[in-house]
Design a protein around this ligand. Structure first.
Ligand code: HEC
Ligand code: HEC
Ligand code: HEC
Ligand code: HEC
Ligand code: HEC
Length: 214
C-alpha cells in the first residue's frame, strides 16, 4: 500500500468527522441557547398551597425572621420547610378555632406533615447550596424578591443558568453583611460597599461548569 494515501477506514472517519463537525455547532448552540434562555424557566410560578399561609402577614407585618421557619438556610444546601409544630407554637393559642388553620390542627393531631407545594425547583443536574450564598453575603431578597410582601409565594427570578452566571460574574451589587441576609429592606450604606466587601472577604463565585454540574 502506498504509505502516502490514507487507508480506507480513514475516509469513513473523515466522512463521519465531517458530519460531527457540521452538526456539533448546531447542537452546542441549541444547548447554550436553551441553557441561557429565560424561556426555559418559570418566573411568575405561584402554585396553590394547602394552607392559606401568608408571608406578608407573618414575615412582613409580624416581622418573624425567615430563619424561625426556614432554620437550615444558613447551615445547609436545602432551606427546610417548617414542621407543623413551628406553626403550633403560636396557633395552639392564636386563632385556635380558625377554619383556615384546620389543616394545621389535623396535621398536628395525626402527625402527617402538611404537603406544601414546591415553588422553586432547579433540575436535578444543577447543584445549589443556600448556606454557601447566605453566609457569604447574598440576601434572600436578591433571589426571592420581597417575600415579606407576598400573600402567596411566587417565583420572581428565572433561575436560568444565565441568571446564576450574571451574578457570579459581578456579585458586588448583591453583597451585604451576612448578618443582614434576611433583612428584606436593607440598603447599602455607600455605592462602593459591595466592591469593598467583595475584596475584603475574597468573594469569587465560580464560573466553571463543574461547580454547578457535578
Ligand atoms: C412562620 C413561618 C415562616 C416564616 C417566618 C417565613 N416562611 Fe417562607 N415559607 C413558610 C411556609 C409554610 C412555606 C411553604 C408554603 C408557601 O410556599 O407559602 C414557605 C415557603 C417559602 C418559599 C418558597 C419555597 C419553595 O417551595 O420554593 C420561600 C422562597 C420562602 N418561604 C422564603 C421566605 C423568606 C425570604 C422569609 C423571610 C422574609 C420567610 N420565608 C419567612 C413559612 C415561613
Ligand atoms: C410567632 C407566632 C406565629 C407563628 C409561628 C405562626 N403564626 Fe400564623 N398567625 C399568627 C398571628 C398573630 C396571626 C394573625 C391573627 C389575627 O389576625 O388575629 C396569624 C394568622 C394566621 C392565619 C390566618 C388565620 C385566620 O383565621 O385569619 C393562618 C392561615 C396562619 N397564621 C397560618 C400559619 C402557619 C401555616 C404557620 C406555620 C408555618 C404559622 N401560621 C405560624 C402568628 C403566628
Ligand atoms: C443565590 C440565590 C438564593 C438565595 C440568596 C436564597 N435562595 Fe432560596 N432558593 C434559591 C434557589 C435556586 C432555590 C431552588 C433550589 C432547588 O430547587 O434545588 C431556592 C429554594 C428555596 C426554598 C425551598 C426549599 C429548597 O431549599 O429548595 C426556600 C424555603 C428558600 N429558598 C428560602 C430562602 C431563604 C429564607 C433565603 C434567605 C435566608 C434564601 N432562600 C436565599 C435561591 C436562593
Ligand atoms: C445574586 C448573586 C448570586 C446568584 C443569583 C447566584 N449566586 Fe452562586 N454564588 C454567589 C456568591 C457571592 C457565592 C460565594 C462565592 C465565594 O464564597 O467566594 C456563590 C457561590 C456559589 C457556588 C460555590 C459554593 C459551593 O457550595 O461550592 C455554587 C456552586 C453556586 N454559587 C451556584 C449557584 C447556582 C446554581 C445559581 C443559580 C441557580 C447561583 N449560584 C446563583 C452569588 C450568586
Ligand atoms: C453558576 C452555576 C452554573 C454554572 C457555572 C454552569 N451552569 Fe449550566 N446550568 C445552570 C442552571 C441553573 C441550569 C438550569 C437552567 C434551567 O433550568 O433553565 C443549567 C443548565 C445547563 C444546560 C442545559 C441542560 C438542558 O436541559 O439542556 C447545559 C447544557 C449546561 N447548563 C451546560 C453548562 C456548561 C457547558 C457550563 C460551563 C461552561 C455550565 N453549564 C456552567 C447553572 C450553571
Amino acid at each position: 500500500m502506498n504509505p502516502f494515501t490514507f487507508p480506507r477506514w480513514a475516509n469513513k472517519t473523515r466522512q463521519l468527522a465531517g458530519v460531527v463537525i457540521g452538526v456539533a455547532p448546531v447542537y452546542l448552540t441549541a444547548l447554550v441557547w436553551y441553557g441561557f434562555s429565560p424561556k426555559t424557566t418559570d418566573a411568575g410560578y405561584q402554585p396553590k398551597q394547602p394552607v392559606a399561609y401568608s408571608h406578608a402577614l407573618h414575615a412582613g407585618q409580624l416581622g418573624i425572621d425567615c430563619r424561625y421557619c426556614h432554620n437550615t438556610v444558613d447551615r445547609a444546601a436545602h432551606a427546610a420547610s417548617p414542621p407543623t409544630e413551628t406553626c403550633m407554637n403560636c396557633h395552639a393559642r392564636i386563632r385556635k378555632d380558625s377554619d383556615l388553620l384546620a389543616p394545621i390542627r389535623q396535621s398536628a393531631s395525626s402527625g402527617e406533615p402538611v404537603q406544601w407545594v414546591k415553588v422553586h425547583d432547579l433540575p436535578d443536574y444543577v447543584y445549589f447550596n443556600h448556606s454557601a450564598h447566605v453566609t457569604r453575603g447574598v440576601g434572600c431578597v436578591s433571589c426571592h424578591g420581597r417575600v415579606d410582601r407576598m400573600a402567596e409565594v411566587s417565583q420572581v427570578e428565572s433561575l436560568s443558568m444565565g441568571w446564576c452566571l450574571t451574578c457570579h460574574r459581578d456579585p458586588a451589587p448583591h453583597l451585604r453583611p451576612p448578618s443582614e441576609a434576611t433583612n428584606m429592606s436593607w440598603q447599602a450604606p455607600s455605592p462602593t460597599f459591595g466592591a469593598e466587601f467583595k475584596k475584603a472577604n475574597n468573594i469569587n463565585p465560580p464560573e466553571d461548569c463543574s461547580a454547578c454540574h457535578r
